[in-house]
Design a protein around this ligand. Structure first.
Ligand SMILES: Nc1ncnc2c1ncn2[C@@H]1O[C@H](COP(=O)(O)OP(=O)(O)OP(=O)(O)O)[C@@H](O)[C@H]1O
Ligand SMILES: [Mg+2]
Length: 374
């Protein structure tokens, strides 16, 4: 097993003037499960492929343990990769599929058999070892693909959206299995997904990329509670955080009738930068329904109610000045999302009043998008 280090690793594809991955600095500890997440095209697969040796590194270095592998051939890096399209050999049994890489590497037959049996046991595939892939379910095939990686006993696992071929229910099941399997084996793992829920539920830590640039690295809790900038704030969390530009008036952020008390630290940061506007963020669950005449409350006209059984969410428009329409969430620029009691659901078109729970708001700089208070 080993740690992994991206040291200012950069990839510029031929013919492109912008790096697909721009000076990526990231250290992954021995045995850690790190999830790389971000929107389509942000450079996740490119980062993983640089680590695998399948993509040139144009600047910077990649280390596995203490060893600089930047120029090392993929086969000599001691890694195993699981892709989204894990093509299994259709004419081979599950056991042969799993042992194939070892066979090619000239591993003795008895050793292959032992390792395949071990992996099959871990993955609950023992009774399917003699079957062909076409006689397996999607989830079982996915586990065979994992098995192929496990039998190689690599120092690092690389996984690129391995679950995206599965249906929603199976995906949830399999992601739990992969996460607990990884913890049991203790093999350093870099896992790529565009799904922030997958990232939050699986990773020891999450690294968020946008336009090839690392935005923030941290535990799921850190990313959720203290997003470093507006992008991470809008990307991590479902439903997404509400974000809007407020005017700074005295000790408060003001938008129409809505007034949000600013923390002393935020006021200090705003004074230092001289900015008279601030981006206020609040999560759908950080609000409380209040009566209509509560001073400073946000008035929200209900456009849609999403009932999920245990929860209910209002999608609505913030009332007030023209500019209030600009308050939206990471999901929808024109609508705020408010979690409400599922047993007390308002009608479409009704007006609901909420306040943000004390200290549950986030403040970001209008000019840089960075979080104002650490
Ligand atoms: N072989 C290539 N040649 C040129 N440009 C490429 C190549 N592969 C990827 N790119 C570009 O590099 C950027 C990053 O691509 P990458 O595949 O790493 O994104 P990603 O984060 O994995 O996205 P997705 O979630 O859609 O898989 C994109 O703008 C993409 O168009
Ligand atoms: Mg990709």
């Amino acid at each position: 097993m080993a740690s992994v280090t991206f040291d200012k690793a950069t990839r510029v594809y031929p013919g492109s003037d912008r790096p697909a991955v721009d000076a990526l600095d990231l250290e992954i500890a021995d045995g850690e499960f790190l999830v790389l997440v971000g929107p389509s095209g942000c450079g996740k697969s490119t980062s993983l492929r640089m680590l695998a040796g399948l993509e040139d590194v144009n600047a910077g270095r990649i280390l596995i343990g203490d060893r600089d592998v930047t120029q090392v051939q993929p086969k000599d890096r001691d890694i195993a990769m699981v892709f989204q399209n894990y093509a299994l050999y259709p004419h081979m049994t599950v056991a042969d599929n799993m042992g194939f890489a070892l066979k090619i590497a000239g591993t003795p037959k008895a050793e292959i058999e032992t390792r395949v049996k071990e992996a099959a046991k871990i993955l609950d595939l023992t009774e399917y070892l003699g079957r062909k892939p076409k006689a397996l379910s999607g989830g079982q095939r996915q586990r065979v693909a994992m098995g192929r990686a496990i039998v190689r006993q690599p120092r690092v696992f690389l996984m690129d959206e391995p679950l995206s071929n599965l249906d929603a229910k199976l995906r949830v099941q399999t992601r739990t299995q992969i996460a607990s399997l990884q913890r049991r084996l203790g093999v350093t793992t870099v896992y790529v997904t565009h799904d922030q829920t997958e990232a939050l539920t699986m990773g020891d830590r999450i690294a968020v990329l946008n336009f090839g640039v690392l935005q923030q690295v941290g535990t799921p809790r850190e990313m959720y509670d203290r997003p470093a900038n507006v992008f991470v704030a809008g990307f991590i969390g479902s439903p997404a955080m509400n974000l809007g530009e407020f005017r700074v008036v005295g000790d408060e952020a003001v938008l129409g009738a809505a007034r949000v008390p600013l923390s002393a630290a935020a006021r200090k940061a705003l004074q230092a930068s001289g900015e008279d506007k601030v981006i206020v963020g609040f999560r759908p669950e950080a609000t409380e329904r209040v009566s209509e005449n509560t001073p400073g409350a946000l008035a929200v006209t209900v456009n849609l109610v999403e009932e999920l059984g245990s929860d209910a969410f209002i999608y609505g428009s913030l009332e007030g000045e023209e500019e209030a329409a600009k308050v939206g969430s990471g999901e929808d620029e024109d609508q705020v999302i408010i979690r409400i009691d599922p047993r007390d659901v308002p009608d479409k078109g009704a007006k609901v009043h909420v306040t943000i729970r004390p200290d549950a708001q986030h403040e970001f700089s209008v000019s840089s998008g960075e979080r104002l208070v650490d």
